[in-house]
Structure formats: C-alpha cells, structure tokens
Design a protein around this ligand. Structure first.
Ligand code: TXA
Ligand code: MG
Length: 356
C-alpha cells in the first residue's frame, strides 16, 4: 500500500476488514450508505464492484455517473439467495436452477427475463437482467444486511481495466470514488462468465473462469459459445502489426498491449525490432520463455486460475510504473484459458507474428 493509500485508510475512504470487528463495522457502514441510496465499492471474488440499491433508480443512476458509463450498457444485479434471484426474474427457467445449484455462489452471471421490481435504468431499457450470487464474504454480508439486491459493475472508469485490489479502485475512480471496502486481492481476478438463459438457445455472452464445457455437463445440453472478434491471423504476413482498431478495445491497460508467442529470445528480439514501436518503456509479461534485456520482465503462473488471479494486477502495476508498452507472451489456447484469451483479445492493440 502506498502512503497515499494509507492516508485514504486514515481518512475513512478505504475501510479495512482484517479483524472480525473491522469486518462487521465495514459491512454495517456500507449497508448504511446503500440504504441511503449512495454507491459503495465492495470486493467480490472476481473484481471489485461499484454497488448501489438495484431497486432504486436514482441510486443506480449514480453508478453510471461515477463510472462515466454509457447508459446503454446494462448492469449485473447481485443477490444472496435463490429466492432473491427469482424475485428479480420475470421468468426463471429450469436451467437457471440447475446452473445456480452447480455454480452459485460464484463467478457466473445468468441473463433472464427481468421482473417489474427491476428498474429500466439497471437493464439499459432491456427486457432481461443479469443476475449473480457472488462468492465473497463481505459482499454477501452487505447484501444480507441490506435485504435488497445490489447492482454493481466493475469499479473502474468505463473502458479501463477492472480493479482486483482496493488501491486499483481509488486510482481509477479518483475524486469520484465513494467509500471502498477493502476485501483484499480478488481470488478469481477476471469478470464473471455471462450466460444468457432467457431464450431457447443458451448462449455465452462473455467467457470467464466458469467454462462452457462445465455448464454443458451440468445441463446435458449444448451452449453456444459466441466467438466474436476472432483474431484474423491468416491474411497477415509474418512479423506484421495487426492494425489497431480491428477489435473493440475494452478492459485495456493504459500501456499499449502487444501479444505474441515466441519460440526463443532471438526470434522475439527480431520481431520486436521489426514491428514493435521504435522507442518507449517496455514491460514484458512472460509465461513460458523469459527474455532478458527488457527493462521489466515479470512472469505469470502456468495454471489458468492462478494466471487470471494475477493478470489484471500485473497490468495495473505496469501502468503505475509508467510503462508505455506491455509485451505479453500468449498462454496456451485450450478451453480453460478461454476467459483469459477473451480479455487479451479485447485489450490488445498489436500482435507479433512469427515465421513457422
Ligand atoms: O464479475 C463480474 O461480473 C463483475 C462483478 C462486480 O460482479 N461485474 C462486472 O460488471 O463485470 P460489468 O458491468 O463491468 O460487466 C457486465 C457485463 C457487461 O458486458 C454487460 O453488457 C453484460 O454484463 N450484461 C449485464 N446485463 C446484461 C443483460 N441483461 N443482457 C446482456 N448482457 C448483460
Ligand atoms: Mg466492467
């Protein structure tokens, strides 16, 4: 924690939760503000959320304002029981019960038809609502103390990287930042899997750490995994820069993110000199083959769960240290890495390609 962050604790802006008493007091203080229609930042197991009373349109409007979020992007509503979820849903299909039994509380959001109690501002005017029962003791304690569901997007300015620690939130939201309850580092580290169960076809809208295959196994039926924004590798010459702007940039660090999978330090150096930027501070985030000679080289772990837990935190660190470029070694392409690849594709602005 920086000295600035420590002073935020001292001023009461960040609430600590590391003793049973501090935990209880923080939960009560957060619930008290939420009852008054204010927004509060709470930890979840995926990323920190900017929460407000989902049943109060004015409270929810606060969220859009603090985030600078376009009002056409709907919010996820967080619950702490099946009963609360069903109250928010206009229709509750059998598959929702099955998925809830298997994966809740946890990093799964289900999109269902919304009930009348959910205001239009939550769903951006749409007829469906995303529901999630998060697996974090603080978030659940606050939900229980409030007794109403909480709308909560990730607690960052729109289009920035989601926060996985309290200090990331304060840095992203700046002066607009409301009270932050510090629940430590998020255990999952990327946003929840979003699955639409409102129609006949089940469809993954956002991959995450809960795998399509796991849900298909539970349900015994097929789920459509949308592969939007697939990288267009074929037509490009070796070493070419994939033109920026091909993908919708989202979840991106301030540093320009480049992706690549190198066979050796030498081939990396050659490709980087050929198509990387001429100058600027470069941080490498390696996975398998660690190059030397770059100013900063960090390593993320080999299993996808640990990788996801650390990925955004490493991007935040590079931004904080003022790196202009991040060159990230692509992890494997197997299904359990699907959620991670989705975020990489959305955040990247360059791709290093190599001769086979
Ligand atoms: O892990 C998470 O889901 C975190 C934590 C705080 O729970 N929340 C989160 O919220 O990532 P947000 O707002 O940053 O992303 C929500 C995503 C958006 O892409 C939104 O479009 C989609 O979920 N979404 C929400 N409601 C939806 C709906 N009714 N239909 C389709 N997509 C929806
Ligand atoms: Mg977000």
């Amino acid at each position: 924690m920086s000295s600035n962050d420590k002073s935020l604790v001292a001023s009461g802006k960040i609430l600590r939760t590391d003793t049973p008493q501090a935990f209880r007091e923080a939960a009560e203080a957060a619930a008290c503000r939420l009852r008054q229609g204010e927004a509060v930042v709470l930890p979840t197991e995926t990323v920190y959320g900017l929460a407000a009373n989902a049943l109060d349109p004015l409270a929810v409007a606060n969220i859009y304002q603090i985030k600078g979020r376009p009002s056409r992007n709907p919010l996820i509503v967080h619950v702490c029981s099946l009963e609360m979820a069903r109250d928010c849903a206009g229709e509750w299909p059998e598959v929702a019960t099955k998925l809830a039994c298997a994966f809740w509380p946890g990093p799964l959001t289900m999109v269902v038809a919304k009930s009348k109690i959910i205001p239009n501002v939550v769903t951006a005017g749409g007829a469906t609502v995303g529901l999630r029962w998060p697996d974090h003791p603080m978030f659940v304690a606050v939900l229980k103390a409030c007794g109403f569901p909480l709308a909560a997007p990730s607690a960052n300015r729109s289009n920035q990287v989601s926060p996985t620690a309290a200090e990331h939130v304060v840095r992203s939201l700046g002066d607009r930042c409301p009270m932050v309850v510090d629940g430590g580092n998020c255990n999952v580290g990327i946003e929840s899997t979003v699955v639409d169960v409102s129609g006949d076809q089940l469809r993954v809208l956002r991959p995450g750490m809960i795998q399509v295959q796991a849900m298909e196994t539970v349900l015994g039926r097929k789920i459509i995994a949308d592969q939007r924004d697939e990288p267009r590798g074929d037509e490009e010459a070796s070493g070419a820069l994939r033109s920026p702007g091909l993908l919708e940039i989202h979840y991106a660090p301030k540093a320009v993110l480049w992706l690549g999978r190198w066979q050796s330090e030498l081939s990396l150096r050659e490709a980087w000199e050929k198509c990387g930027p001429a100058q600027g501070k470069v941080a490498v985030i390696a996975h398998h083959i660690l190059p030397v000679g770059f100013e900063r080289v960090s390593v993320l772990p080999h299993d996808p769960e640990a990788y996801a837990r650390g990925m955004y935190a490493e991007w935040h660190r590079c931004d904080e240290l003022g790196y202009e470029f991040i060159l990230l070694e692509l992890p494997p392409n197997t299904p359990e890495w699907g959620g991670i690849h989705d975020r990489l594709k959305r955040a990247a602005r360059g791709m290093l390609l190599f001769e086979r």
